[in-house]
Design a protein around this ligand. Structure first.
Ligand code: PLP
Length: 362
């Protein structure tokens, strides 16, 4: 067996501990006589899994009791519609900060259901920074204020949260959830696709304040109404059973093997510093984001020469570092170093980059 270091933006690496545990339980989970994949979602065994996953999620993220945790499908992309369908119910207005493609998509989709305003954008510099926000430009009676906390494609992250007063702050945390401690009470709603930092694709987690549930627009499809899932413990229909099981293992790994989110965040900071420090000193490579807006999870970089970028992607792949090609919309390279990327993988990548630099600086 030879496993590569996978720097993909998602789906991405899972902790080896999680994969080994899942493998050991593949043919028979506990004494159930079956795999989790084969289980009825209404069985006692499965109920313990989904309830255990929610309990751990609440513990690891310190989720207050007045928030629902929903296990849904359809990806973060479905939330772009589900959020306005459920939340755009008083003034019908919402504010958006446009920090990249995902934020733009959330804004475009919500605009189909109400009066949406882009309060700031960093499109002028290819989304390489988080724009300064002026609360005077915020819509005072907005039903929600949307941000994408970590911008997967461009490698930026909000260093401070906007102060939206009584307007519920809604955040796409697909590529940073579980990477750092967050104060859930600052948000009205948090959503994330699982395939970056929580588990396999197929699961979308929504953490929503209870008072924001139950006022969906009347034409909202039943499956797109948070109330449907809140009332049924995410079991209105068959949930993504196996993805939820793996998510539970990932949470156990963070709890038991890592020691919680504070430790997780410290490790993530160390890993990111290894890459950024190298990039800042390099004569060949350059980070595309600077200062406090830098993401700990996604690090885009360039050489400034397209042929060299191509050579780097090809040579790194041959050396066992895969998926370092930048997003098709920005080019260059991007190293996604989520929770599950071991520090050793980052150290080896940096060593490889140093060698590459030496080789091509001659
Ligand atoms: C990956 C990603 C998405 C899209 O997620 P899907 O689950 O594929 O719909 C949305 N937002 C962010 C920030 C992402 O990183």
């Amino acid at each position: 067996m030879s496993r590569v270091y996978n720097f993909s933006a998602g789906p991405s690496m899972l902790p080896e501990w999680v994969l080994r545990t899942a493998a050991s339980e593949m043919l028979e989970y506990g004494t159930s006589g079956q795999s989790v994949m084969e289980m009825s979602h209404r069985s006692k065994e499965y109920e313990a899994i989904i309830n255990g996953c929610e309990e751990l999620m609440r513990k690891v993220l310190s989720i207050p009791d007045n928030y629902k945790v929903l296990f849904l499908q359809g990806g973060a992309s479905s939330q772009f519609a589900m959020i306005p369908l459920n939340l755009l119910n008083k003034s019908g207005k919402a504010d958006f900060v446009i920090t990249g493609q995902w934020a733009k998509k959330a804004y475009a989709e919500a605009s189909r259901y109400g009066e949406c305003k882009a309060v700031a954008s960093s499109a002028d510099k290819t989304f390489s920074y988080i724009p300064q926000l002026d609360p005077a430009t915020f819509t005072p009676d907005a039903d929600y204020f949307h941000i994408c906390l970590n911008n997967t494609i461009y490698g930026t992250h909000f260093d401070t949260l906007p102060d939206t007063g009584n307007v519920p702050l809604v955040a796409d945390m697909s590529s940073c959830i579980l990477s750092e401690k967050i104060d859930v009470s600052k948000f009205g709603l948090i959503y994330a696709g699982a395939q970056k930092n929580m588990g396999p694709a197929g699961l979308t987690v929504v953490i929503v304040r209870e008072d924001l549930v139950g006022n969906a627009k009347d034409f909202t499809p039943t499956m797109f109404n948070y109330q449907t899932h809140a009332d049924n413990g995410s079991m209105f229909n068959t949930p993504p059973t196996y993805s939820i099981y793996i998510c539970k293992l990932v949470l156990e790994w963070i709890e038991k093997e890592i020691g919680g989110l504070e430790n997780m965040n410290a490790i993530n900071k160390e890993k990111a510093a290894l890459v950024y420090n190298f990039l800042d000193e390099s004569k060949l490579f350059k980070a595309t984001v600077s200062g406090k807006d830098r993401s700990l999870m996604n690090i885009p970089f360039i050489t400034g020469n397209e042929d060299l970028d191509k050579a780097f992607v090809a040579e790194s792949k041959a050396a066992g570092f895969v998926n370092l090609k930048g997003h098709r919309s920005v080019g260059g390279m991007r190293a996604s170093i989520y929770n599950a990327m071991p520090k050793e993988g980052v150290e080896k990548l940096v060593a490889f980059m140093k060698d590459f630099e030496t080789k091509y600086s001659k």
